[in-house]
Design a protein around this ligand. Sequence first.
Ligand code: SAH
Length: 231
Amino acid sequence: MVQYSHPEIARKQLVEKVLPKAGVRDGRILAAFAAVPRHLFVEEVLQSRAYEDTSLPIGFGQTISQPTTLAAILQVLALSENDSVLEIGGGSGYQTALLAHLAQRVFSMERVAPLSKLAWRRLDSLGFSNVALRIGDGTYGWPDKAPFDAIVVSAMSPRVPDYLVAQLRVGGRMVIPLGDRRSQRLVKVIRRPSGIDRIDLAACQFVPLIGRFGWEKRGPAPEGATGGMDS
Ligand code: SAH
């Protein structure tokens, strides 16, 4: 169908050119990007831009993350097909779908109910059966599904929420943007038998994590937080 040829070509370009150029070599991750139609996770008016390597607005002041940023996060998470993953800030559901391709089970939380409902419709119509979505404050995590092999937080927090660390298995890993109004860093956290290791990854720009163990209300982030990453 003519209507779909353009998104298909643009997606191929993303997978075969843009992501490898950004250093993404993992075949499983590239296959996930090839399989998930990003244009179905943005509003119709933005569909022609869906395969640009940029974040895009998804409504409610939120953004769908930039593909190369998501790929970098997925590389750090190094998911195996047996992993159980918790995602905080599911937003459009795009990253949820990528995670669902790479792991066994994905539990995804989103505080904005209409976004979560829309994400659910998309994931359901694409046939994902290994995903569960919950509307609510993700800084509490999803205790009855813990422990998780990996946790990915898609919004910027002032700190690593203790509840999330407690829901990671020992040896499990979390990727989370940490920071404040002035600067944000993407950080990898590994749970150890006592405490955590933190590995600093890169500068980044995410919308604020709003919740009990994140920011209050609108958060501190300046206008234009984009869900992108500078490395
Ligand atoms: N990976 C998503 C990113 C969406 S932006 C995508 O690509 O579409 C980050 C999301 O985190 C927003 O949808 C925002 O509503 C959500 N969020 C912020 N604080 C949250 C919290 N405490 N619990 C759950 N979701 C939260």
